[in-house]
Design a protein around this ligand. Structure first.
Ligand SMILES: [Zn+2]
Length: 361
């Protein structure tokens, strides 16, 4: 294993493993609901929905062996430690400080670990997995509670009703001056170019047209004039999209895309928004990125970035290109298949746009 200084490794990993999702109001009880370190070396976690996790790794020192830990919001009631087996020395649950829960996995000295390859994957709103080691000998599962999804019961039904209300509140669209703004929404690709092809053959062109049409409907209801560069499967080159927006003298241009990772890696998920120039473009990108992340808990924030894409470089108004998730990613693809998620994304993008229009006018 490459020797890295503890500090460097620590810093790198704390960034690497940091997970961002919508934040809930501070709650007193621990948001860690169940955990299991399985026989295949995979740690699975179940948390409350929309939990922010932070994970760290630290090399062994004089007192402790290599340690991996995850911090959860909410305070643990009873700190405890559990004896390990195989490569695991001990697992401890504690409260490092008030209002926090920490799950520490301490490894035995001789264990070979590759923390730089570790990645926490969100399976859904409240389940997570990370592969920590490959057991050389048989390893007995250690865990507490049920990490698998439970059958829906009355209680979870009530929760989901509550959740819907909360989502709606979070996403309530703001009002803007009617008949003042015009927006061009550009669903990427089309016709002979289906864009990215993801898990199960899901196609970028279909997803982005669907989302764009819903955005149009939502914005139109607020008195914003919206034009789509395409409504169906037509072959539309990039210069036509740009001149369409420029000729219309639109206030903003928003191109909608979905990603694919090289090698179709299922562990790569996340959302990102690009702008090319100007504080307006950047502000629009930020507003949209913030909102789409809220409806995609567990999917990584790949950030607001400058990008040189043709359509945002050559349009004359503030312009952004939104990547609403990876069609090749396990988490994102499963969501992007669903109409409900497409609606949420459209809502989120519309909200970002309206906030921007309200602010900049
Ligand atoms: Zn695309």
């Amino acid at each position: 294993m490459i020797k890295l200084s503890v500090n460097k490794l620590f810093r790198y990993l704390s960034v690497f493993l940091f997970l961002n999702s919508a934040t809930l109001p501070v709650k007193s009880s621990s948001s860690l609901a169940a955990w299991a370190l399985k026989t295949n070396g995979v740690l699975e976690l179940r948390t409350k929905s929309n939990t922010n996790l932070k994970a760290y790794f630290q090399k062994a020192n004089k007192i402790y062996g290599d340690r991996f830990w995850v911090d959860f919001p909410g305070e643990l009631k009873t700190p405890r430690s559990i004896k390990g087996n195989g490569p695991i020395k001990e697992i401890r649950l504690g409260k490092p400080n008030k209002g926090k829960t920490r799950l520490v996995i301490e490894f035995k000295e001789e264990t070979y670990l590759e923390p730089l390859t570790w990645q926490i994957v969100g399976l859904d709103q409240n389940r997570w997995r990370i592969k920590l080691f490959n057991p050389k000998y048989s390893f007995k599962k250690i865990g507490e509670g049920l990490v698998e999804k439970r059958k829906e019961n009355l209680k979870t039904n009530q929760n989901s009703i509550y959740k819907k209300k909360r989502d709606y509140y979070n996403l309530k669209l703001s009002e803007v001056k009617r008949n003042k703004f015009s927006v061009v929404i550009d669903p990427g690709h089309g016709g002979p170019d289906p864009g990215a092809i993801g898990i199960g053959g899901i196609r970028e062109t279909d997803v982005v047209v669907d989302v764009s049409k819903i955005i149009k409907k939502l914005l139109s209801e607020k008195g914003v004039k919206v034009r789509l560069t395409r409504k169906n499967e037509v072959d539309l080159d990039l210069p036509s999209r740009v001149s369409f927006a420029n000729n219309m003298n639109a206030d903003i241009f928003v191109s909608i895309h979905a990603n694919a990772s090289r090698g179709k890696r299922r562990d790569i998920n996340g959302l990102e928004t690009f702008y090319y120039r100007g504080w307006r473009g950047k502000l629009l990108a930020k507003r949209i990125q913030k909102q789409i992340l809220r409806v995609s808990p567990g999917s990584p924030d790949r950030g607001v970035k400058q990008g040189r894409f043709y359509v945002i470089k050559n349009t004359r108004m503030p312009a952004v290109l939104v990547e609403i998730g990876f069609l090749t990613g396990r988490l994102d693809a499963r969501r992007l298949e669903k109409t409900t998620h497409r609606k949420r994304l459209a809502y989120a993008i519309a909200k970002g746009i309206l906030e921007y229009l309200n602010k900049v006018g």
